[in-house]
Design a protein around this ligand. Structure first.
Ligand code: NDP
Length: 336
């Protein structure tokens, strides 16, 4: 069965140009058209990336008979209506995170895709990383005993070419929590195979975020199985390293250089027997995300991260925002 898809891009975005167009083509897919709100930007984008056509008419893109699936990577306040439009036209949808700005919208998007019988995926790339998959397997095999704590180090420096809506526009879903913590949420859920219950957090505003947007956050979350996880995310740290650790009563997993878009990083397993590296088969994270999505569209399996996963990561992120604002622990279950 032919599984590669003919794609329409909704959003002339950086993530599509830097990662997703290549990931679609690496899986044999065709990128047929791009939707942009700006005709000249759309045209330039299409020419630069060898995309046959650009349009400013969303209906024309989603209804095109030569398109099987859309990839939505506009700013976050636009995702909802674009998912609805694509689903109504019978197109499978890969949507960027955060799915929406409210849980009600995110849930409605998932329900609409289900109702229309189209596949919906959330582009949480980090659960496609060999590092995180190896950690999940090691925990499931009992190699660290009972997991007790996790630590996520995801403070980075937001590159100058991305210092736009993320740090200036609350209405577009800016701020480090909706941008980065939402990924931590998905990666923690995936690696621990557990659900977060409540979160406490504090944010910082070190001068990069505008209009009241936070540019740093530290938080602690309690999982249903009892694990406490801490996370540290920022746009403002030029020299920090990334990492992900899980500490159990019989061992620890220490991953370094893994909260990244690149297929890299290492995981060490530390137990009474000493320290050994986990063997990793690195694969392009976005190519794997597209591969599983197109398999799901062909009826085999599910996207790496489903629409429901996107709802749950958003619930975590919104609870983190609320916890930081209120200065007290906030239930995630009540959001999700
Ligand atoms: P961009 O800022 O590159 O693009 C977002 C929108 O901004 C585009 O749809 C485009 O509108 C508009 N735009 C792009 N360039 C310009 C410009 N030069 N001048 C004016 N407007 C412009 O966003 P990102 O690619 O960084 O993020 C897009 C989405 O992807 C977000 O939801 C984000 O959270 C997500 N993301 C996910 C990542 C992941 O690893 N999963 C990584 C990075 C982002 P139009 O389409 O109308 O032309």
């Amino acid at each position: 069965m032919k599984r590669s898809l003919r794609w329409g891009l909704i959003g002339a975005s950086t993530i599509a140009s830097e990662h997703m167009v290549g990931a679609m083509r690496a899986n044999g897919g065709d990128v047929v058209a791009v939707f942009s709100s700006d005709p000249s930007r759309g045209q330039r984008y299409a020419e630069t990336h060898g995309i046959p056509r650009s349009t400013t008419d969303l209906a024309a893109l989603v209804e095109a008979p030569d398109i099987d699936a859309v990839y939505i990577s506009t700013t976050n306040e636009l995702h909802r209506d674009q998912v609805f439009a694509a689903a109504a036209a019978g197109k499978h949808v890969m949507c960027e995170k955060p799915l929406a700005l409210t849980l009600a919208d995110a849930r409605a998007m998932v329900a609409e895709c289900k109702r229309r019988g189209v596949v919906m995926g959330t582009n949480h790339h980090l659960r496609n990383a060999a590092t995180h998959r190896a950690m999940r397997d090691a925990i499931a095999q009992g190699r660290i005993g009972r997991p007790l704590f996790a630590r996520v180090f995801h403070a980075v420096y937001l590159p100058p070419h991305l210092q736009g809506w993320r740090i200036k526009r609350p209405g577009a879903g800016g701020g480090v929590i909706l941008d980065i913590t939402v990924h931590d949420a998905d990666t923690l859920r995936f690696v621990l195979d557990d659900e977060p219950e409540s979160v406490s957090a504090m944010v910082s505003r070190a001068g990069m975020g505008e209009a009241g947007l936070e540019d740093g956050v530290m938080g602690v979350v309690r999982f249903a199985g009892g694990v406490l996880a801490q996370f540290h995310d920022a746009f403002t740290t030029r020299y920090a390293t990334t990492g992900f650790e899980v500490h159990g009563d019989e061992g620890s997993l220490v991953a370094t250089d893994c909260m990244t878009q690149q297929p890299k990083g290492e995981v060490a397993l530390r137990t009474a027997d000493g320290t050994v590296p986990l063997s990793l088969n690195h694969e392009n994270l976005y190519a794997r995300s597209i591969r599983l999505f197109q398999d799901a569209a062909a009826g085999a399996g599910a996207p790496a991260a489903t629409g429901e996963d996107g709802v749950r990561s958003l619930a975590f992120a919104l609870a983190t925002v609320e916890a930081a604002e209120a200065g007290r622990g906030t239930s995630i279950a009540s959001q999700g």
